[in-house]
Structure formats: C-alpha cells, structure tokens
Design a protein. Structure first.
Length: 318
C-alpha cells in the first residue's frame, strides 16, 4: 500500500480523505458501463457505453431522462458511444462506431451530425464557433498532440509537438483529456502524466503530474500485479492517470492504486494543491476508474468495483 506520508515527503500537500455524499443512481435505474461523466448546472450526464445512451440524472441521483435511441446508425442512434461535452444548452457526443459526432439539445432533442474523419482518442471540447478541439489522429498514422476540427470533419489546424510514425505509439500519446478553461486549453496526458496549457494554438507552459512515488514503489515491489497495470500491456508496469478534470484553474488527476483511489490536484501553473484519497472500494480486484468531473459542489467519479456507478464526493476545498 502506498502511504500518504510518502506523497507528503515528495512535496504533496497533506493527505485528505474523500467523503462520499451519495451515489448515482440513487433510484432503481442502472448504469451499464460508464464511459464519461459531465456535470452542468443542475444535472449529471453519464455516457453509458453498454446501453449506448446518455443518462441524465439530478445531482442527488434521480434519473431525469435518457438521450439517444439506443444502438444503430440512424439519427440519435449510437454505436460505441464515447466521450461527451456539455456546454450551455448543447451536448456533443462522440459516436465512434458510426464515425461521427452527434449534437443534441441538453434536453434530448437531436440537432445535427458532424463528420468524424479522424480518430478521437481523448476527451474533447466544443467551442462557441462550432469547432471541436481534441486529440486526433488519422488511421494512416500521422499525429499532432491537439487538433481543431470543423463541422465538416476536416482538420483546421494541429498544434503541439508530439509526432510519431508508429501507430501504436500514436494511440498512447493521444489518450488524454482536454478542457477549455477561461480561454485556455488544458490537455492532460494519460500515459505521460504531463499537463500542457495552451492559449489558442500557443503552448504557454507545461508540467508533470508527480509520479516518482508510484514508480519507486513499483520498482521495489516484486508483486507488480497488485498495482493494476494499464489494460494496454505495452506499458505493463506504469501506473497512469485514469481520469482527469479541470475546474477553476485547478487540474485534478485520478490514479488507481491497489485498494484505493488517489486524486492529486495542481494549480494551472503546476503547483501542488491537493492530495485526496478514497479507500472505500468494495471489490478492489474489479475496480476500474472510468471518468471524472469537478464543480463547486463536489467531485464526480465514474467507476466500477461491484457495480457501475458515479460516486459523488464532497468537495474537500469548498
């Protein structure tokens, strides 16, 4: 078990326990498999990969509505639903199996489809001008870290400095979470534990999420299997960020440890801000952290241990 004192000795703030306020769903509805979680105003949006729907809950966990017509190729139907972005009255859904993005009103009405000519391996954000910023790559293999795509599916520009010809490395380099926060684009890399901050297409700064404590523990522990290595065995001994979120210029990154979940928080400038731990896992062997979002009221963590759900934690700093 990794000890909070080890993180604190490495410059992290004192460890704080996360307090569960409630669980979503709190009624008799069910989530098949969490793919993404977004919180907006008075609602929590859950992309359900198994059901191919977006489930919309009240903040206390009561199901309000289901968005989507289930599995299929027609308007409002999904195949392999991916990430979602909720902004104002709009919700954009990555419809990966149908190679498109689908735009809905947040109440559920289908609006239109955007072409998806490139593979989007990360989260994404929809801007007011209709552009989609995300981490994209061609199936043929060339990649830039972040791309801006128009409604026609064509890339408008690429920026960042990661460029690989090996398609396997491209996929790993592309996984991450990108958010627009106060006019800045914040990209959190899953496998490289790196945060990059952009204004327009200019990278202003970057910093690394602290991971030496995890690396040291792995290097000195013969039973590496307990650390739940990445599903992708090409990096079998490297713990990595399982979910990330940005809120009020704070970057939150969730790590999955043997029997607990640790969330490390940093300011947008890279200074350590918070060190939070949840150890109420019911079935550690079945634990999978899927997604996270943060607002003023709490931290919303989509996971599976005994059953798929969203845990709502009291915000430790509010």
């Amino acid at each position: 078990m990794l000890l909070g004192s080890a993180y604190e000795a490495a410059g992290q703030p004192q460890e704080q326990p996360l307090e569960v306020r409630h669980t979503i769903p709190s009624d008799d509805s069910f989530i098949g498999q969490v793919r993404d979680v977004k919180v907006s105003d008075d609602a929590v949006f859950v992309a359900d990969y198994q059901r191919n729907e977006v489930l919309v809950y009240t903040r206390d966990g009561t199901l309000l509505r289901q968005i989507g017509e289930g599995e299929g190729e027609g308007p409002g139907e999904f195949r392999y639903i991916g990430h979602i972005d909720v902004s104002g009255d709009s919700m954009l859904v990555s419809n990966n199996g149908n190679r498109r993005f689908d735009l809905f009103h947040r109440e559920g009405q289908f609006i239109e489809t955007y072409a998806q000519k490139y593979v989007y391996a990360s989260d994404f954000t929809l801007t007011e001008d209709g552009s989609i910023y995300g981490s994209a790559f061609k199936r043929s293999g060339s990649n830039r870290l972040i791309s801006r795509m128009g409604r026609d599916g064509e890339l408008r520009e690429r920026f960042g400095d990661m460029y690989f010809e090996d398609e396997e490395i491209i996929f790993l380099a592309s996984n991450g979470w990108i958010h627009e926060e106060h006019g800045q684009f914040v990209y959190v890399s899953e496998h490289y534990e790196t945060v990059r901050v952009f204004e327009d297409t200019t990278e202003t700064h970057r910093f690394d999420i602290y991971n030496e404590v995890l690396d040291d523990a792995l290097a000195n522990n013969k039973d590496l299997s307990q650390f739940r290595p990445a599903v992708d065995q090409r990096f079998p001994f490297q713990p990595y960020i399982r979910a990330a979120a940005v809120h009020d210029d704070i970057v939150y990154a969730a790590f999955q440890e043997p029997e607990q979940i640790r969330i490390l928080a940093y300011t947008i400038d890279g200074e350590p801000y918070g060190n939070y731990v949840y150890d109420g896992i019911q079935r550690p062997d079945d634990l999978v952290v899927r997604a996270m979002d943060v607002d003023d009221e709490g931290i919303y963590l989509g996971l599976e241990d005994d059953i798929p759900k969203v845990l709502v934690f009291a915000h430790p700093d509010k």
